[in-house]
Design a protein around this ligand. Sequence first.
Ligand code: 6PG
Length: 242
Amino acid sequence: MHRRRHYIYPDLDTLAAAFVCELSRFLSETASLKRTVHVALSGGTTPLEVFRQLARATRPGEWNHVYLYWGDERCVPAGDPESNYGSARKYFLKPLKISAKQIHPIRGGRDPAREASRYSRLLTDRLPVEDGFPVFDWIWLGLGEDGHTASIFPGQIELWKSDQPCVVTQHPVTGQRRISITGGVVNAARRVAFLVAGKSKSRVVNEIVMKEGRYMDYPAFYAAPVSGNVEWFLDMDATSWL
Ligand code: 6PG
């Protein structure tokens, strides 16, 4: 039985600072245990403030035991402003000079179907596997105003339930093709964190937390890792309906 823990902060800056603090604890704990860890980053705009702050607050050496992946990607080349990898590279990977061998982006510019199967293979080759799904130490996720997470959108629950680690999806409004991890990967993770900020998210946060309205249509509602370890980092605006 998973128990969502909610942490609420006055604004995105304080949310990001608290998350970076938690991340520093995770980095030092896992380094002291001499553990190699695998972390999947979220996309979109909310993590950008986290990336900026961690580039200032952490040192390159603290990341030597960390391998980085993405929970989803837009099907655009890395140089495109829409690229999740491109944003992380700009605000965090380059400033911290994280070595390329530790960074495993989804190649958004490649053929989506082939890239989804390549990335599925990469994850099952590199990470421990349980019940056919790769096990991340930590997955960071965002939440869309429509209740999507990673790049699985409402009305795509069959993709969330896929037996594949990664699938090709499509943004229901823009039509943009995406590559996304599936629910099996999210729910196999040792730890999942949602980073959610802004008033535009408050209605869907309320529906998911209170199990009201269309919550059953929201892929984010089904993020329930068997580890029981799921945390929601929210700002006041995102909880204004609660
Ligand atoms: C993406 C994401 C997506 C994102 C939400 C929230 O590639 O868009 O991974 O799941 O986290 O859409 O996006 P914002 O943080 O920009 O509101």
